[in-house]
Write a protein that binds this ligand. Structure first.
Ligand code: MGD
Ligand code: MGD
Ligand code: SF4
Ligand code: MO
Length: 787
């Protein structure tokens, strides 16, 4: 065997690849979530990753007022006096202990594993290698990362940034794990450099929510609190899987039900957490039957929610006609809104029942039942997540949702409102801090005044536009603050080409991921502290702050020893990089910022509205809540009123022989990072290379449950994208609507396939066909090992 052959053989035999779909074991989907098994799974995963002592120390601290903010999601914590000693869920415990792992990625690891091998390894394997410990560089032409000092690493980036022809050749990406202080510094640095190229994970997440809410209500954020959810008469949850992705939301929904409220769930999948919940924090949750969650479950077609809200709004207008003065909140509509007449005329004259039923896959009777629940409810909250935001017509869908809430005055009163359920734990805070390629001029002016410079006024690049700019050579330097850009983005092969074209890619990260392996000519890994770790600067303990999905701002500080002595905090890395790059441009005390994060907060207080006396208010247990003007019936739109909008009917269709495909999360993954190959609630074990298809579709397509297929997406320009060798799983999804996991299926999402206005990739609505693998053909090695 020659040397190269031996090397290839070694790679094949390594366990860097994930098991293929043929190894999946399928059991029936679960009909309830949480309870004892959930706790056991969390502890099991944690102990596999870290020591008993670190697990215990960490779990005591999660979501406590003196502890650290759970990195799992942006679901809010109850008021300080109302917290449990274990104020976390199974998945929160897994996320926190995945960070606290005792495994380490050392320089020796990189000597053993060339970059080309890492690029063939699965996402799960990369994450499992443990915490990054030292700054590393991959130099042009080399296939290995090697150690580099912090001084030289930051010098390399500064040199590249200074050598650019225009500051717009740099892209600064932020993922929503980053706290407020580092986020504020990153956007300040980018803007002093002269660019608004600040794409973030939000571009792929709730951008559509922000766009729709900002236009109609004048603020891009939700307006409900936990107490509102407890006191609602009716909570609609659409396009979300709280049992896996916001598990503590189920405790809030349990409270809604205890108070006599009802829940309606709208989803193509009968997700376990939407059906029944056994609260592990209560004795009756551990031993009893638990609480039934959904009073009504509407199994909708992908992308059918715009049709659903239009039909519901028509039913409400008709109910008002039948009993004038009893259905609509005329006083609210007259005083606080504009555009009602045009909206009502449009709905009355355009909604067609055959179109609605085809788009939603629902029966008219089901929508009438929903109308009756609405009519019986004084206070209604609508919650949603990615199932609504990641569609071509996401923004009109959300605008129609706002129309629905305005009709009965369900905005600005207790127990009612709009609730976009955010993903990353600080994704909302990062936006508040200025991480956005299109921050309003008022923010830029305040920033410029505070630091004596003129921020660039032209808009920057969002995620999709950044990929195009890198592909075309217009952007050449990529810096990521947290996240895993190549795996989160759509059109994986194109995105990878884009990153590989860069002169330099650098990532401020806690753990190894594919974005470190698919990199520019020069690549840097800048290892940083995790949430649960102690952050000491100049001998003083520091804390960071975060903002949750309900606009509560609070402190977060860990107490575990850092994973390595070489780690710098995110604040330290950005401050030092800025000092090296900017040569004293603008009036910014970077050294002081690094030494005392309180000095950063003093400046945030002067730049960002709502943060007055930031330092003193955030030190109170539980922090403070940012005011939402909507709750005072103040709508900061140009007209000063909430806006009814007119939205053209749209739905998704697949040509004959094709299906619609959504890409989603398993129960055991954190975004681009699968922890295991299982998805317990959906009954899928041992592989993620599966595609869930309705049994009637399997029959109609002449396909066999359990057989292997290639999934091929078909885009309107005639191009096709393919992922190979997925196992068909017969599953009770809506007919015509299939599902596969993110990020394995991201290669199928065309870069051009985006939502109007928000430019969010249409991760939940892609037209595909399923091609049986030729008999006897086994996947080639490259495919088997590809993540
Ligand atoms: N454990 C865990 N927690 C997480 C994350 C994680 O990866 N793991 N990620 C975090 C992040 S960043 C985010 S954004 C959130 C994501 O939270 P979710 O939005 O719950 O995440 P997805 O898995 O994308 O699930 C989308 C849900 O919408 C449904 N759906 C898809 N299309 C449609 C549609 O057209 N209409 C309707 N009505 N429903 C639809 C799907 O069936 C699925 O139940 O979770 C956060 N929390
Ligand atoms: N097909 C498909 N694609 C999607 C989605 C989908 O539903 N379907 N969802 C989209 C959504 S909603 C989102 S939010 C994006 C997520 O996209 P990203 O936010 O870019 O991805 P993550 O997987 O959250 O990033 C994980 C990496 O963050 C780093 N990290 C973790 N904690 C820290 C920390 O405390 N500090 C630092 N500096 N680094 C840290 C680790 O190195 C880890 O490997 O993906 C999007 N992509
Ligand atoms: S619901 Fe979200 S924030 Fe709360 S403990 Fe679970 S993962 Fe963490
Ligand atoms: Mo997200």
């Amino acid at each position: 065997m020659s040397g190269t052959e031996r090397k290839v053989e070694a790679v094949r035999q390594s366990s860097n690849g994930d098991p293929g779909g043929e190894q999946a074991k399928i059991t029936p989907p679960k009909t309830w979530a949480a309870g004892v098994p959930a706790v056991a799974h969390a502890v099991q995963y944690s102990l596999a990753e870290t020591s008993v002592r670190r697990t215990a120390l960490n779990l005591i601290d999660i979501n406590q007022t003196e502890g650290f903010d759970c990195p799992g999601c942006a679901w809010p914590d109850p008021a300080p006096g109302k917290r449990h000693t274990n104020e976390y869920c199974e998945n929160g415990a897994k996320h926190a202990n995945d960070d606290a792992t005792t495994r380490r990625v050392t320089p020796e690891f990189f000597r053993r594993h060339p970059v080309s091998e890492l690029a063939r390894s699965s996402d799960r394997w990369l994450n499992q290698q443990g915490r990054l410990t030292q700054p590393m560089v991959k130099r042009p032409g080399s296939d290995h990362y090697e150690p580099i000092s912090w001084h030289d690493a930051l010098g390399l980036i500064a040199d590249e940034l200074r050598a650019m022809d225009s500051p717009d050749e740099a892209v600064f990406y932020t993922s929503g794990r980053a706290g407020n202080e580092p986020a504020f510094l990153l956007q300040l640095f980018a803007r002093i450099l002269g660019t608004n190229n600040l794409p973030d994970c939000s571009n792929m997440c709730h951008e559509s929510s922000g766009a729709a809410l900002y236009e109609t209500l004048g603020t891009g954020k939700g307006n409900v609190s936990l107490l509102d959810i407890h006191h609602a008469d009716l909570v609609l949850t659409l396009g979300q899987n709280p049992g896996s992705n916001h598990p503590r939301m189920l405790s809030a929904l349990e409270e809604t039900k205890r108070g006599g409220g009802q829940i309606v769930a709208v989803n193509p999948l009968p997700e376990a957490g939407l059906m029944r919940f056994k609260n592990p924090q209560k004795p009756r949750g551990v031993i009893g039957r638990g609480t039934n969650i959904a009073d009504q479950f509407l199994q909708i077609r992908l992308g059918g929610d715009l049709a659903l809200f239009q039909a519901l709004n028509l039913l409400l207008l008709e109910a008002e006609d039948a009993a004038p003065g009893t259905v609509l909140d005329r006083e609210f509509i007259d005083r606080h809104t504009s555009g009602f007449e045009e909206f009502a005329h449009h709905i009355r004259t355009t909604v067609s029942w055959p179109d609605v039923l085809a788009a939603t896959g629902l029966a008219r009777g089901q929508l009438e039942e929903l109308r009756d629940r609405v009519l019986a409810s004084e206070r209604i909250i609508v919650c949603w997540a990615m199932g609504l935001t990641q569609h071509k017509h996401a923004v009109p869908t959300l605008r129609e949702l706002v129309n629905f809430q305005l009709l009965r005055g369900n905005i600005g009163k207790p127990g009612a409102g709009v609730c976009p359920v955010r993903g990353h734990s600080n994704v909302q805070g990062d936006r508040t801090m200025g991480i956005w390629e299109r921050m309003p001029q008022g923010f830029l002016d305040a920033l410029g005044r505070e630091f004596a410079f003129t921020p660039p006024a032209h808009h920057g690049l969002d995620t999709v536009a950044s990929i195009r700019a890198m592909l075309e050579g217009r952007a050449k330097v990529f810096l990521g603050l947290a996240g895993n850009f190549v795996r989160a983005a759509p059109d994986s092969e194109l995105t990878e080409r884009a990153l590989r074209r860069c002169r330099l890619t650098a990532h401020i990260s806690t753990k190894l991921n594919r974005s470190h392996a698919v990199c520019g000519d020069t690549a840097l890994i800048l290892p940083t502290l995790g949430r649960s770790e102690r952050d000491c600067q100049n001998g003083e303990e520091q804390f960071i702050t975060v903002e949750d999905s309900m606009s509560q701002v609070h402190a977060s500080s860990g107490r575990l020893e850092p994973a390595s002595d070489h780690l710098l905090s995110e604040v330290a890395i950005i401050s030092r990089l800025a000092r090296r790059t900017l040569d004293g441009r603008a009036d910014v005390p970077w050294e002081e910022f690094e030494a005392d994060y309180g000095t950063i907060r003093d400046r945030i207080a002067r730049v960002v509205p709502g943060f007055e006396n930031f330092n003193s208010r955030v030190r109170k247990p539980g922090g403070f809540t940012l005011p939402n003007p909507v709750n005072e019936s103040v709508f900061p739109t140009p007209s000063g009123k909430a806006l009814f909008t007119v939205n053209d009917f749209e739905s998704l269709r697949a040509p004959r022989g094709h299906l619609l495909l959504q890409t989603l999360r398993s129960h055991d993954q954190w975004n681009t990072v699968p922890y295991t190959t299982n998805d317990r609630y959906r009954g899928i074990h041992g592989s993620r290379r599966v595609v869930l298809v309705h049994p009637a579709d399997l029959r109609a397509l002449g396909l066999q449950d359990g057989s292997q297929v290639d999934v091929v997406s078909v885009w309107q320009d005639g191009t096709e994208r393919r992922v190979e060798d997925f196992r068909l799983v017969s599953y009770p999804t809506t007919a015509g609507c299939a599902a596969a996991y993110y990020p394995e299926a991201n290669a199928l999402v065309p870069l051009d396939s985006v939502a109007g206005t928000s430019n969010t990739p249409t991760y939940k609505g892609i037209v595909v066909r399923l091609e049986p693998r030729p008999d006897g053909r086994t996947p080639d090695a490259a495919t088997a090992e590809r993540p």
